[in-house]
Design a protein around this ligand. Sequence first.
Ligand code: SAH
Length: 354
Amino acid sequence: MSETAPAEPLGQIFRRLIGATGPISLMHYMGESNARYYASRDPLGSAGDFVTAPEISQMFGELIGLWLADIWIKAGREQPVHYVELGPGRGTLAADALRAARRYGLEPGVHFVESSTALKDVQLATVPGAQWHHDLSTVPLYGPVLVVANEFLDALPVRQLVKTPDGWRERMVVPEGERFVCIAGSQPMDAAVPEARRAAPDGTIIETCPGAAATIYEVAGRLTEQGGAALFIDYGHDRIRDGSTLQAVRAHLKVDPFVNPGEADLTAHVDFATLASIAQSRGCKWLGTVPQGRWLRELGIEARAEALSQVAPQHAGAVRTAMERLIGEGQMGALFKVMGLAAPGWPDGAGFHG
Ligand code: SAH
């Protein structure tokens, strides 16, 4: 096979693997699908599969930059300081945030944690001074870290457990005709279910995200050790609940996650309640988990939109539309949440108590 031959469809690889060794876990299915999906393309923007907040308006990244500068100044302007972004996409958020932060004297070293080679190329053009990492372990161990992650945790693979008449089982994936379907695995998984949730009706599904838990564990540990603050922005819930939230998006439409793996973006809702308790268990401050719309309003998005409109009145309509998408209740304002974390000795940061 020549090096330029198109990659074998992931669905075909899954069929072969399952044929040889048996069903694969849903977590394996989602992890491999997203690794394939992100490795080979830039999925963002109107010509791609989905649009994220920083791609809607520069105001989003700017307000994040101001939040970071504000908390860093109030904490005593400690140096060296590092801006660390997880899954930076096109680098748009970082570019907007760093430009805004610089006006307040915050000029951190820039570290990107990114697994996609295709997106790394785009980020290199947007933020030429950045350093890249495969995971957080190689990010500097000295000096406060200012961590930002927008729509990163939702792309990490989830594990699903289902209650059957024989007890709890992991949800596994097998082919069925042209698509894939979930079945209950054969191994008992009762020990993986918290005791308080074990006695549930048959058919109940519990979803966990070990990758998100590990990320928060690591970030919270770094904040406690090194100082700093973190913002995790994603769609999700702030109360523990049951059910599958796995979904797939392609060309701005919801599609079946079990058809054409690797060709659509697979995501799941972020369980902010669990993540907040993990952060606190590491001695880190949980500032709160608030709706994105409320947080952006508290940070002054309306005044920022007004200022932009005065500078360029011809864009006033577009600025207002973008703001509505970011803060509107029926749009991103309520479904998306902002979770703030800070080092024990750091201030509370803007927008979390109002
Ligand atoms: N934050 C950006 C992009 C969101 S898309 C924005 O808001 O526009 C998800 C991002 O996470 C992409 O950059 C993707 O390549 C990256 N990503 C997904 N899984 C990852 C993993 N396991 N490790 C590192 N980066 C990952």
